[in-house]
Write a protein that binds this ligand. Sequence first.
Ligand code: ADP
Length: 444
Amino acid sequence: MVNKTQPKPNAKRIPRADVRFGAAVVARDIAEQKRAADLVIANKELVFQNKEKEKRAAELVIANKELAFQNNEKEKRAAELVIANKELAFQAKLEQSLSYAQGILGTMREPLLVLDKELRIKTANEAFYMMFAITEKDTEGALIYELKNRRWDTPRLREALEKILPQKSSFHDLEITFDFPGLGSKIMLFNGRRLIQSEVGEELILLAMQDITEQTLLQKRNDSFMSMASHELKTPVTTIKTLVQILQKQYEKSDDKTLVGYLMRMGQQIDQLTKLVTDLLDVSKIKADKFELEEKTFDFDPLALELVTSCQFLSLDHTIVLRGKTNEKVCGDRNAIGRVFTNIIVNAIKYAPSADEIIVTLSHTKRDVCVSIQDFGIGIAQGHIDKIFQRFFQVDNESGQNFSGLGIGLYITQAIVTQHKGRIWVESREGQGSTFIFTFPIAV
Ligand code: ADP
């Protein structure tokens, strides 16, 4: 057995200091190795922690993306909600407008149709079904021309719907007479209008109608009564006028001044009556397109002077001033053109009771002679200006002033002017007076 502690006999003894140094070196090596090992571990730990951090960062990125995505989704849903809300509001509005429109259609007394652009009936109102004794089933979806065994298929309605509407987008007061089986003859007045439903871009046609059968018949009866009455009146009035003229001639030199005075006043009244009867007869002739005029060429200015002079006798309160001249000739009915002057000057006197001047001005262009007659009277409200040339139209005077007349003077005046291919219009301001202007073509 070898004793480990006993050195071998020929072994070299290592000095104690060296041993100590060696031990120290070994210890240092061990310590360094340990530190290195620790460092490796620490490094590994660091790498591990770094990886963990990166993992967490990557997770964070993913979580962020998720959040962004969710946010996006929320925004999308919010936008969808806004759109849905708008749609709902629009729907509500649409329903409101629809019930509003249906309410109006339902309560209207005039029949009304809504057509699509193919002229098929989309809707009709209750008044339509009632008037034409037709059902909703036979009406909706049908072509307008197919209604009532094609009685609606008339050239005039076709022209209005197929030609006028596409060009003008509306037409007014189109009068058509239909012969409906079971309903008899009906005179209808049509108003049509093209509509675009902007939300859906659909083109619709609104066709409103009015049954004017009764009104037209009444009007015809009135016209024929007026024509007959004025014819009947004409003969006795002419006879009385002739008799008064004979009497006036006979008693012209009589000493009985009262009698002479009476006869003169009778003559004036008969003249007024004759004018009234002539005017009424002329209205009937104009209506029946039988108003005939002479055609002669004459100097215009002497006629103007003649009429201004004779009208001056009608009023002591007004001075009628004549200005300008034309030096032109006109071809037409001298008497009728004279009536245009008289009618307008008589009105200027009548509707300007407090004024003292009426100005008649003559002028001309290359083509026309032109006359303006200005008064400083009550004037005409803008809303009435277009109507005063209509038959029997008279402005209602709110001032309470009463003006005599029948409302036919300007109707006849306009007919005379237009029949001569002239023009007539009025410029007026309520309370400040009126200026009537008319033209006639110069004779060639
Ligand atoms: P009337 O017999 O009523 O005068 P007219 O046809 O001559 O008929 O005129 C129609 C209407 O036009 C009159 O009732 C009046 O209201 C209006 N009018 C015509 N001339 C004038 C005028 N110079 N000034 C104001 N209003 C006028």
